[in-house]
Design a protein around this ligand. Structure first.
Ligand code: SF4
Length: 71
């Protein structure tokens, strides 16, 4: 089941069962490198992902990453 909702001021389609749950699935939150409060996010990979997400109005949790460092 999919639904359309307001995502950062723009309409986006989302799977209803996953809506708003990206933080649960994004491994960056368990990575030592990730600094969400800083401008560069502490990691060039996630900075690129977030820039693309903002530009294209998409949400991309990181499921796999070769540079991951467990906290
Ligand atoms: S190294 Fe990978 S898991 Fe860690 S913050 Fe960057 S993108 Fe996320």
């Amino acid at each position: 089941m999919f639904e359309k909702y307001d995502c950062n001021g723009k309409k986006a389609w989302v799977r209803s069962d996953l809506k708003g749950r990206q933080k649960e699935f994004c491994m960056c939150w368990d990575c030592r490198k990730f600094k969400p409060e800083t401008e560069d996010k502490g990691c060039s990979i996630i900075k690129t992902v977030l820039s693309l997400a903002a530009e294209k109005n998409i949400v991309l949790p990181v499921w796999e990453c070769g540079e991951f460092e467990k906290k």
